[in-house]
Design a protein around this ligand. Structure first.
Ligand SMILES: NC(=O)c1ccc[n+]([C@@H]2O[C@H](COP(=O)([O-])OP(=O)(O)OC[C@H]3O[C@@H](n4cnc5c(N)ncnc54)[C@H](OP(=O)(O)O)[C@@H]3O)[C@@H](O)[C@H]2O)c1
Length: 256
């Protein structure tokens, strides 16, 4: 994939991984459409991109609301790459999670990715090109106590990725998913209390910066990888969980 002139739409681009990916993609020549709820934060990211000569537009929408996604699709033409990245959610035990919080976490990332993909996929299929990229977390394959609703939504996103991959096979459209362990983004400030439920097993996996994650995403997409997983220690943990499920479950069960 040649990034120069590639149209990339990123949801959740006002901070963290989305913002870092937008800035890195603009440096490689991509044309950006940035989406999130906070117009001011989106503008800050866009200003940094424009200052370095990049091309970018901003679109303040809540992508967990179907009507707002329809307005987004009317505003931004079908991109070459759709990066479904918007997401939030506090890491809590099920009994401590309010119903409204659980519903909000289903809203973004899961329904947000569903609605946005549904809005753009028909045009990608008609054109026979495009990439639908889904952001995911180690919680989509590993389970530990204290992140119940978060875990369930990330499993849902993984299911969505698998479904889109199956439904686009041979169509010219590609589905991809990126999965990371802990990233030192604003996530931990935006979702207070979550950090205390990070499992002790994370200590064996290096924490990545948003810039490192952005580079992994752009390199992975350029190499046409369907699953982008970083760091390599996380890949090893996934393998261990398949080969030794009960041992891995016990290790993951040790909360800090
Ligand atoms: N940080 C990590 O350790 C880590 C690791 C693996 C995976 N992830 C996943 O990566 C994704 C991005 O996380 P991050 O670390 O970059 O966190 P972040 O800095 O908190 O960024 C989250 C982004 O999503 C946007 N967003 C949330 N709900 C939205 C909605 N309903 N509509 C539109 N935009 C919405 C936020 O912007 P507004 O608030 O302005 O809308 C923000 O731009 C999350 O799904 C997270 O679970 C994070």
């Amino acid at each position: 994939m040649n990034w120069d002139g590639t149209k990339l739409l990123i949801t959740g681009a006002s901070s963290g991984i989305g913002a870092a990916t937008a800035i890195a993609a603009a440096q490689r020549g991509a044309q950006l459409a940035l989406v999130a709820r906070s117009a001011d934060k989106l503008e800050d990211v866009a200003r940094r991109i424009r200052e370095s000569g990049g091309r970018v537009t901003t679109h303040a929408f809540d992508v967990s609301v179907p009507e707002q996604v329809s307005r987004l699709a009317a505003e931004v033409p079908v991109p070459d790459v759709l990066f479904n990245n918007a997401g939030a959610g506090r890491w809590k035990h099920l009994v401590d999670t309010e119903p409204a919080e659980a519903a909000e976490m289903i809203g973004a990332p899961y329904l947000a990715a569903f609605y946005t993909t549904r809005a753009y996929l028909p045009a990608m299929l008609a054109r026979r090109s495009g990439v639908c990229l889904f952001m995911n977390s180690a919680a989509s394959r590993l389970v530990w106590p204290g992140a119940a609703a978060y875990t369930a939504t990330r499993w849902a996103v993984r299911g969505l990725f698998e479904a889109v991959r199956a439904e686009t096979a041979g169509s010219g459209v590609r589905a991809a998913m990126c999965t990371f362990a802990k990233v030192s983004s604003e996530y931990w400030q935006n979702n207070p209390g979550s950090e205390s439920n990070v499992p002790t097993a994370q200590a064996f996996v290096p924490v990545l910066s948003p810039d490192q994650v952005a580079a992994a995403i752009l390199d992975g997409l350029a190499a046409e990888q369907e699953e982008i997983i970083a760091p390599w220690q996380l890949r090893l943990t996934f393998l261990a969980s398949r080969l030794f499920p009960s041992i891995t479950r016990r290790q993951m069960g040790r909360a800090t």
